[in-house]
Design a binder for this molecule. Structure first.
Ligand SMILES: Nc1nc2ccc(CNc3ccc(C(=O)NCCCC(=O)O)cc3)cc2c(=O)[nH]1
Length: 203
């Protein structure tokens, strides 16, 4: 399955996805990395891995629709079948999400539906939870509300500050995202017509 990864920055999740996709057993082939910001480290990581990169700078577009339309055109140009959002920080329009429904995966640093939105790790610390984690979900128009594909729990330690918790959650992300991508790329899991996750039954 031809996969594109959308990034906005360092792309640590991109690194984990690229390493997983390189394995012979992988159903996913990462064919493209798109960043909405120029010069970010994730672009260097992709180039080092021999993966094509494009920059679609949102500041150069008059509207979200035009920005998303350009992203869509590049994805089509590369024959992309699945898209992973790895630290991609632009909200996508409903038109784009509808067209790519069931083909868009995102990773969020909490156990959704808890702690939606930005700084989810800080929200968990402030709420005093003893267990948090990360969630890989299909992207729906409503932010952080799509059908859940995979989750991994992460303990919150008494000594945790935002940075130590972020680091521990990031370790879990680097396991959960590649695992979820393999499930979808292999066809084991897909988004059903009813908007819920459907697991392929071999029985
Ligand atoms: N429609 C849809 N699109 C998304 C785009 C990115 C992400 C990644 N997680 C994100 C979740 C939240 C944000 C956010 O609120 N950023 C500040 C506003 C930036 C802007 O003005 O664009 C960004 C990415 C998730 C979604 C999603 O669940 N649904």
């Amino acid at each position: 399955t031809r996969v594109a990864v959308l990034i906005s920055g360092t792309g640590t999740n991109l690194q984990a996805l690229m390493e997983q996709a390189k394995r012979p057993s992988s159903s996913a082939e990462i064919v493209l990395v798109i960043s909405n910001r120029p010069g970010v480290q994730g672009l260097k990581r992709a180039s080092l891995a021999g993966i094509q990169t494009r920059v679609v700078d949102h500041k150069l577009y008059g509207s979200r629709a035009e920005f998303d339309g350009t992203i869509d055109r590049v994805l089509e140009e590369f024959g992309v079948e699945l898209v992973c959002l790895a630290g991609f920080m632009r909200i996508l329009t409903g038109t784009f999400v509808k067209k790519w429904n069931g083909k868009l995966l995102n990773i969020h640093p909490s156990l959704l539906p808890s702690f939606k939105g930005v700084n989810a790790q800080k929200q968990a610390l402030q709420a005093g939870v003893r267990v948090t984690g990360c969630t890989v979900h299909f992207v729906a128009e409503e932010v952080d509300a799509g059908a859940i594909i995979a989750q991994e729990a992460v303990p919150v330690l008494g000594s945790d500050e935002e940075e130590s918790l972020c680091d521990r959650i990031r370790e879990a992300e680097h396991r959960a995202f590649p695992a979820a991508l393999e499930l979808v790329a292999s066809g084991a899991v897909r988004l059903g017509e009813d908007g819920h996750i459907t697991w392929k039954s071999n029985s």
